[in-house]
Structure formats: C-alpha cells, structure tokens
Design a protein around this ligand. Structure first.
Ligand code: T3D
Length: 269
C-alpha cells in the first residue's frame, strides 16, 4: 500500500495505528482525475484489509481540500460529443462514497480549504468532519449544469434539512466552516493553524478505541438514514449481540470495575 512518491495523487502516511490520506493535486485544488480515484480506491481497500490500521484521516494538500471532478479531465470527443458522466459516477464516485461509508474504521476528514462539487460531498461522507475556519463548502454542480452527486442529495438534507440543502444545491452558494458547524453539517470548525493537530489527535484517539464496535456504530448510523424505528431497534439488538461478544467489550467492563483505563485491541477475538 505504501506510496512514498511525493508526486503520487494520494499520499499515504502510516502513523501508530492510523493513516493519513492526503489528496495531492494541489495545483488543481486536489480535483479528481481517474488516476487519483484509482489511487484512493487502492489505499482504502488496503486499509480495509489491514488490522493494524484502526482510523483514517483524510485531508488535502495545499490551500484546498478538493474541487471535485477535474473539469479539464472530462473527456469530450474531438467533435465535441460529451462523455457519459454517469459512467464516471458509476466507476469512481459511487464506489468511493460506498468505500468511505462502508469502511469498518472511523474516517476523519480535515477540510483544510475549499471543498467544492464532489469534493464537498466526499467530505460529508466521512464520519467526523473538522474544517479550517477559512474553508468553505460549495455544492458547485449547478454552476456547470450538473446535479449533485457523491451522495450529496442524500447526505446534505439529512444533515441540515431540506430547505437549506435545496437552496444550497440550487444556488451553488458557499457555506463557511462556521456556518456548516452551526447547521450541523460538520462536527467542528477549527482555527486554521490548529486543524491538523486537532484532527491528528482525534485519529490517534480513535485508533485506541474498540474498533470492532466503532464499525458496528457506523453500520447502525448508516442504516438509520433509511430504517424506521422498529427495524432500527432490531438492528441495534443484532449489533449489540455482536458488540457483546467482542474482547474489547469484556476489557471495557473489566477496566471499569477495576477503575483503570481500558486497553482495547480492536480485534474481533
Ligand atoms: O463524471 C463526472 O465527471 C461527473 C462528476 C462530477 C463531480 C463534480 O465534482 S462536478 C463539480 C466540479 N467542480 C467544480 O465545478 C468546482 C470548480 N472550481 C471552482 O469553482 C473554484 O476553483 C473554487 C470555488 C473551488 C475555488 O476558487 P478559487 O478562486 O479559490 O481558485 P481557482 O483560481 O478557481 O482555482 C485554482 C486552480 O485550480 C485554477 O488553476 P490555475 O488557473 O491556477 O491553473 C483552477 O483552474 C484549478 N481548478 C479548480 N477547480 C478545478 C480546477 N481545475 C480542474 N478542475 C476543477 N474542478
């Protein structure tokens, strides 16, 4: 998985039990071309298989987080015939959102600068989103005659309500990090200079927590978006059954009784 090349579109930096993934096309505000998609998919798949990685931090190089699709990489035919954009969504954006939501480890997003188009929605698909105070989120799609993708039309109304989501998508107006926090769109706006330290501390903390249980919590939260209460209650029972059999649950209870901090392994057994 290691990608040491500083020119790689995705930088993979292994820390103690967690990984920093950096979108690395700063000249284009980290807009996605196919190579960056492939590199990120490979990194996430490797992380999914690696029991030693218990949390992920996603961020961007340079002054932007991600400007969505690289508009210069959309392949128009020499005669001007437009490409099938749905094919790109199918091949890259949808699998990316599914990878992020389905990864059995928490994904923190440190939005270090502008997050536009698919870049905004990729951030929203992460589990905990911190943003630099100077960052902004833009549902930029309508400005170029496109519809929100990468889960935006699903995630955004659930985060901030229909009225705000609808207006943001129709108007393509930017939302500041502070407004995003106030609306419940993200976890926290953070001073620019403190963003990475705070995000790294969060990732390091999560990497010491009961990883199997965190995966089950993600599962519950993902399902809650579409389940009714009765179905969700049944799901909670099933997930609690699984959590109850994890060694980290036993350790958590032992540590509580002994009045000492727990030492979670994150292992299934
Ligand atoms: O199949 C499919 O492709 C469908 C999928 C679609 C998913 C999408 O994400 S569609 C939405 C695509 N993204 C956008 O429409 C956003 C375009 N970018 C902007 O509106 C602005 O760049 C920003 C608001 C994000 C930032 O503005 P600003 O003034 O801070 O920076 P800038 O000067 O516009 O950009 C800096 C450089 O990055 C500039 O290059 P240059 O002039 O220095 O050589 C600019 O061209 C480049 N850049 C920014 N965004 C993109 C980009 N290059 C290619 N693609 C971009 N999306």
């Amino acid at each position: 998985m290691a990608e040491e090349n500083p020119d790689s579109p995705i930088l993979v930096d292994h820390r103690d039990g967690w990984v920093v993934l950096t979108l690395n096309r700063p000249d284009r505000l980290n807009a996605f071309d196919d190579a960056m998609h492939r590199s990120l998919a490979a990194a996430l798949d490797a992380i999914a298989q690696d029991d030693g990685v218990r949390a992920v931090l996603l961020t961007g190089a340079g002054r932007g987080f991600c400007a969505g699709q690289d508009l210069s990489a959309i392949g128009y035919a020499p005669d001007g015939t437009p490409p099938d954009l749905g094919a790109t969504v199918d091949a890259f954006y949808n699998p990316l959102i599914r990878r992020l939501r389905g990864l059995g480890k928490p994904v923190i997003c440190a939005v270090n600068g502008v997050a536009a188009g698919a870049g905004a929605n990729i951030a929203l698909a992460c589990d905990i989103v911190l943003a630099a105070r100077s960052a902004k989120f833009i549902q930029a799609f309508a400005k170029i005659g496109l519809v929100p993708d990468s889960g935006g039309s699903f995630l955004l109304p659930r985060l901030i309500g229909d009225a705000r989501a609808r207006a943001l998508m129709l108007l393509a107006e930017p939302v500041s990090a502070e407004q995003a926090q106030a609306w419940g769109m993200i976890w926290k706006a953070v001073d620019d200079t403190g963003l990475m330290a705070e995000a790294e501390a969060l990732a390091a903390h999560l990497a010491t927590q009961p990883t199997q249980t965190l995966a089950l919590i993600k599962q519950a939260m993902n399902a809650s978006a579409h389940n009714d209460l009765n179905i969700q209650l049944d799901l909670e029972r099933d997930l609690q059954t699984k959590a109850g059999f994890t060694p980290d649950h036993a350790e958590g209870v032992r540590a509580f009784i002994a009045k000492r901090p727990p030492v979670f392994t994150g292992k299934p057994e």
